[in-house]
Write a protein that binds this ligand. Structure first.
Ligand code: 4NP
Length: 154
């Protein structure tokens, strides 16, 4: 199984989801069976590590995101990944426009799929520290539900 998380810049929300899912898969003993990656719909931050606020908030909960580098999502990703999960409806719209007809990946809105209180992971980039904590809270809960789904599909 291959899972790709997608947000706008690939420096806040989707790198957090990548780090949290990797951690949870390791705890579940599934790290060799699921490949996890993240990408942005935009290209502004390609090659850069996650935002320092994102890295700091994640590290405080035990997730080290320092090795990640931003990349832009591409049409080929629809044949490389089994599941592509968008952080908000704008990201989902961009992905739908990019999706080739021959693409095999399943595309969904991350939080809607896992029945959280919110449908979207709010963009924390222009806000305060609490936004980064909310991103982590939402992503940790949704990833725990994703791990249950992945266990059933493997
Ligand atoms: P992300 O957050 O999509 O969660 O990585 C953002 C990062 C950068 C920008 C916007 C959102 N930006 O405008 O540069």
């Amino acid at each position: 199984m291959r899972v790709l998380f997608v947000c706008l810049g690939n420096i806040c929300r989707s790198p957090t989801a990548e780090g949290v899912l990797r951690h949870q898969l390791k705890l579940a003993g599934l790290e060799d069976q699921v490949e996890v990656a993240s990408a942005g719909t935009g290209d502004w931050h390609v090659g850069k590590p996650p935002d320092s606020r994102t890295r700091r908030a994640a590290l405080a909960r035990g997730y080290d995101l320092s090795a990640q580098r931003a990349q832009q999502v591409s049409a080929q990703d629809f044949s490389r990944y089994d599941l592509i999960l968008a952080m908000d409806t704008s990201n989902l719209g961009h992905l739908k426009a990019l999706q080739p007809s021959a693409g095999t990946a399943e595309l969904d809105l991350f939080l809607r799929r896992y029945e959280g209180e919110l449908d979207e992971v709010p963009d924390p980039y222009y806000g305060g520290e609490e936004g980064f904590e909310q991103v982590l809270d939402l992503i940790e809960l949704a990833c725990s539900k994703l791990v249950v789904e992945l266990k059933g599909r493997l």
